[in-house]
Design a protein around this ligand. Structure first.
Ligand code: NDP
Length: 287
């Protein structure tokens, strides 16, 4: 077990709920492996208590923290500085505290880009079809556009996030080279045409997540083609119906597990300056 002293630095997760999160194990293991003197704890903090929590962490000199639902938007407003991706999306999952100056970052999209690249898939300069405009989907959208994906068609499957997505899409078209278009989901032929010349199809929604494992947005599997890489943000189950059917149609696939791992690795790097030993973490917590 860890030897905590008066020098030990604090890292943590804020959100509600947090008890299920793999982040404490991932970050504590990585610190142990590298001999870094930090400890990472999970604190269950509702949205309205975030300002108080941040005040306390700042006063106590915590090195940084992750934020999960429902704090990702309000945390951006509590930070002193905001990364370009967090500014565009209005959300963050990571705070770095440099002597009382808090900078907000979002590493979910970074984790996504690395997970795709590690599958041997190159999407830079290519076209993406993205299902959903919630938190995970937006993080993917913004990072992909910033990193050089050429064209992204976003399909908003219901209505909750449409107006927010419109603003984000407008910013991306203004500030990046990526051509981003937001579509309603009412015409399956537009979706079919988009997938037909996409290098990657991403499910950024919770459709297909346990316990509703029999659900999928792509019910017409003739939309799949063998040059398509299909990625699902969901990690429970590891193989969603979408991924199973895509695989059956000859597509390569990737799930949300390594996106989760690599968002953690990116946060870890921001706090410590070190590369997370991801192979060890994969073996212990992601297999
Ligand atoms: P949000 O609530 O922010 O977004 C949910 C998205 O799913 C919205 O686009 C929503 O559409 C859509 N959606 C939900 N239910 C339906 C439905 N019945 N039909 C059509 N669309 C639907 O959630 P998150 O973005 O935080 O999480 C989404 C998924 O991503 C979860 O499964 C979560 O576990 C996973 N995730 C994975 C991460 C990773 O690192 N791998 C990181 C974060 C999340 P609408 O706007 O119309 O409501």
């Amino acid at each position: 077990s860890k030897h905590i002293t008066g020098h030990t630095g604090l890292l943590c997760l804020l959100g509600s709920p947090v008890a299920h999160s793999v982040s404490p194990e991932m970050h504590n293991e990585a610190c142990d492996q590298l001999g870094l003197d930090y400890t990472y704890l999970a604190f269950d903090v509702p949205e309205d208590k975030m300002p108080e929590a941040v005040q306390g962490l700042r006063t106590m000199g915590a090195r940084g923290w992750n934020i999960t639902m429902p704090g990702k938007n309000i945390m951006c407003k509590l930070a002193d500085k905001v990364s370009p991706a967090s500014e565009i999306s209005g959300a963050c999952n990571t705070i770095v505290n440099d002597n009382g100056v808090l900078t907000a970052y979002t590493t979910d999209g970074v984790g996504f880009m690395r997970a795709v690249a590690e599958n041997g898939v190159d999407i830079i300069g290519k076209k993406m079809t993205l299902l959903g405009a919630g938190g995970a989907a937006t993080a993917i959208l913004v990072q992909a556009a910033l990193d050089g994906v050429a064209e992204i068609n976003v399909f908003n499957v219901r209505d909750n996030f449409f107006s927010r997505a419109e603003e984000i899409v407008a910013k991306l078209n203004e500030r990046t080279e990526c051509k981003v278009t937001l579509h309603d989901f009412d015409d399956p032929e537009i979706l079919r045409a988009s997938i037909a010349d996409s290098a990657i199809l991403v499910n950024g929604t919770s459709v297909g997540m346990a316990p509703n494992v029999d659900r999928t947005i792509i019910t017409d599997t003739s939309m799949f083609h063998k040059d398509l890489f299909v990625f699902d943000v969901i990690y429970n189950p590891q193989e969603t119906r979408l991924l199973r059917e895509a695989k059956e149609a000859g597509c390569r696939t990737g799930n949300g597990m390594y996106m989760l791992l690599y968002q953690g690795a990116a946060s870890f790097k921001l706090w410590t300056g070190e590369e997370m030993p991801v192979e060890i973490i994969k073996e212990k917590y992601f297999s």
